[in-house]
Design a protein around this ligand. Structure first.
Ligand code: ZN
Length: 447
């Protein structure tokens, strides 16, 4: 019996590395996707401008009420979120009246990276002008060291009390969780806060890589075969449901107490994780691979033959990069032809919305995404050059082939390749649209 458990434990540990070089993001630049979705909600567009409010000002004003609502949230999460890691009691947000450490106390109570910058700012879309605002360098917004992708976007500073549209606040906040919110939160990430947050060791990925540590918060693996969880119990430790429900509770609280700026900003943060669930490589560790094969390649690795496992890891990482890059390139292109773009039209579509509830992420969003993942994986293998999706000796991310992806696909399969992938992306974007609207409706209907 003991040996059996030892076997499972070994497999579990080794398997942890199965999804080692996980990507940081699901979709690149969420506001490009969020804007068409949100600007098609008439009630939202009609909203009056609101005053920007710093986090510190909001917290000082609402300290007592937040302490209460966060305690209620914690009690709820323990009862309702499967595999939730309870908040250690010493991190509970307790009103002390001390403004000097209030931001830190709050960030540790919601278990975010305490170095998160959380400035007052706007993320401009490709067609939005700077006006008379000051631009901000990405390094003032993110804790990440590599800001290369952010250099393509313009960010402008907001001043305390400055009037701003709820739509802009919401779109801006949709990207923010990728700016370091969830980095270093596990006890083996070599951060002082990770040791205190109660999430235990990083469930998968390499804990030494700065980027990888956010993955368990932006990925939700809820639909693996039972046997896969038996051999890899760490796969149960993913936390998008926690983030989504926590930011929903905070958003509703902010609205109900007359702090609309934070109502919209918290809502946007939650939407980010909702949007991530429409990315198939964020809802299954190895989309398209059977449970039996996953277990088999892992067993071989344990027996000293890691090649199949390493290859699978590299290939899934490459396909993830390819899909993300494809989305980003075509969406950026769509902004050049915004009014006539079919992709933008899908994001604006008045889709039938499944009402949000506590199981939405698990039973609606990720269920759909996992199902689609198999098709997406097949299509990528069929329509993209083998070097990018079938060669485990090739690292796709940061390659010149990836930079030039649309031409690579055209050269390999002509326009058919682009069209087939576009039609799958269109389906993913329709889901993205629906998830955001469902979340939106669930929050505004309460305020
Ligand atoms: Zn994300």
């Amino acid at each position: 019996m003991k040996r059996y458990y030892f076997g499972i434990a070994t497999i579990a540990i080794l398997w942890g590395m199965l999804i080692a070089p996980v990507k940081v993001k699901a979709w690149s630049e969420h506001p490009l996707l969020a804007y068409p979705v949100l600007s098609s909600i008439p009630d939202l567009v009609k909203q009056k401008n609101i005053e920007a409010q710093s986090l510190k000002a909001f917290l000082i004003k609402e300290e007592a009420g937040l302490a209460k609502i966060l305690k209620q949230y914690e009690d709820w999460a323990i009862l309702n979120l499967p595999n939730y890691a309870p908040l250690p009691s010493e991190l509970y947000f307790t009103p002390t009246g001390n403004p000097d450490d209030i931001v830190l106390r709050f960030l540790t109570a919601i278990r975010l990276n305490p170095n998160a910058k959380l400035r007052l700012y706007l993320h401009l879309l490709p067609n939005q002008g700077i006006g008379d605002r000051q631009t901000l360098n990405p390094t003032e917004l993110t804790t990440l060291k590599d800001v290369s992708i952010m250099l393509q976007t313009r960010y402008v500073e907001l001043k305390e009390g400055e009037l701003v549209s709820p739509l802009d606040v919401l779109c801006t906040a949709n990207d923010e969780p990728d700016y370091g919110f969830d980095l270093g939160l596990f006890e083996d990430n070599n951060t002082d806060y990770g040791k205190r947050y109660g999430f235990g060791p990083q469930p998968f990925g390499d804990p030494k890589l700065e980027y990888g540590s956010q993955a368990p918060f932006h990925m939700g693996f809820y639909h693996e075969a039972k046997i896969v969880y038996t051999f890899g119990p760490f796969l149960k430790h993913t936390y998008p449901e926690y983030r989504i429900s926590l930011f929903k509770a905070l958003s509703e609280y902010a609205f109900s107490t007359g702090n609309p700026y934070w109502g919209w900003r918290f809502m946007g943060w939650g939407m980010h994780y909702m949007g991530d669930m429409s990315m198939p490589y964020h809802t299954a560790p190895l989309p398209g691979m059977s449970a039996a094969r996953m277990i088999w390649i892992n067993l071989k690795a344990i027996l000293g033959f890691p090649k199949s496992k390493n290859n699978a890891v590299q290939l899934v990482s490459n396909k993830h990069s390819v899909l993300e890059q494809f989305q980003w390139l075509v969406v950026r292109e769509a902004y050049n032809n915004y009014e006539n773009s079919a992709l933008i039209a899908v994001l604006k579509e008045n889709v039938p919305v499944v009402p949000y509830n506590n199981d939405f992420v698990r039973n609606v969003a990720t269920a759909e995404s996992v199902k689609r993942g198999k098709m997406v994986d097949k299509a990528l293998k069929r329509y993209c050059p083998p070097l990018l999706v079938k060669d485990p000796n090739f690292e796709a991310s940061k390659s010149k082939e990836l930079d030039n992806l649309l031409n690579e696909i055209r050269a390999f399969k002509g326009n058919e390749g682009i069209e087939q992938l576009m039609s799958l992306l269109t389906e993913m974007m329709r889901s993205y649209n629906m998830y955001l609207k469902s979340y939106y409706v669930s929050i505004v209907s309460k305020s």
